[in-house]
Design a protein around this ligand. Sequence first.
Ligand SMILES: [Fe+2]
Ligand SMILES: [Fe+2]
Length: 270
Amino acid sequence: MKILFIGDIVGSPGRAAVKAVVPRLREKYGLDMVIANAENSAGGSGITPRTARDLFQSHCDVLTSGDHVWRRPEVIELLNKEANILRPANFPKVTPGRGSVVFKTGKGLKVGVLCLLGKVFVEAMVDSPFRSAQEEVASLRQETPMVIVDMHAEATSEKVAMGWFLDGEVSAVVGTHTHIQTADERILPHGTAYITDVGMTGPYDSVIGRKKDKIIERFLTGMPTRFELGTEDVALCGVVLEIDEKTGKALSIERIWEKVETDVASDEEA
Ligand SMILES: [Fe+2]
Ligand SMILES: [Fe+2]
């Protein structure tokens, strides 16, 4: 079982990268499934019906999110009706949508996907991602040994701790949110693939997706500035995971950083 996990897709440049790169990765790796973090897919923050549709049309099967999930009000209806778009599972149970799903691939294989949000340096009223993971993983594993966890968090320590916590319990713990790919991918001793951050899918001539001049001005002056999306040097970042279908153990994890040839115009609206 080969799964592509795509890191934080930023605005229309990120969506264009997914559209351009996923078909060639599908061919190269023989992918069975694509999971993508879409929390920045709408103008750099949030998810809308249009951005979700774009990504599903570009062969994404399950979309995860994070701290920016509530940014667009339209997301509430989307989460209520679309089981394959996840909010972090550790938001209180009364919030719309769900934090995990069991997806059935074209070959009829079941893969559990769980979305978690870290608490360290993150402004969100969430419960412990560790306690939430314990509960969610136990219920997903009743259906399938293959479980992929998106640990959307700021602190490397919290992500590393989650990897160790779930080692042997899930197929992979992949980090998102920082938009910077880390080079620490490995398979932990009990068979869980791990990486601290898979990186951003979007414009790299930027500061984590936003035009660099405005960000530098903000750091220089401390004054609020209006951030705009970057447009140039667009790439898709992620990992390809190979998983044993019977045991759910990871066989390999490979980092992906695929440049897109043409620059794409940013689209603030969506
Ligand atoms: Fe985030
Ligand atoms: Fe993000």
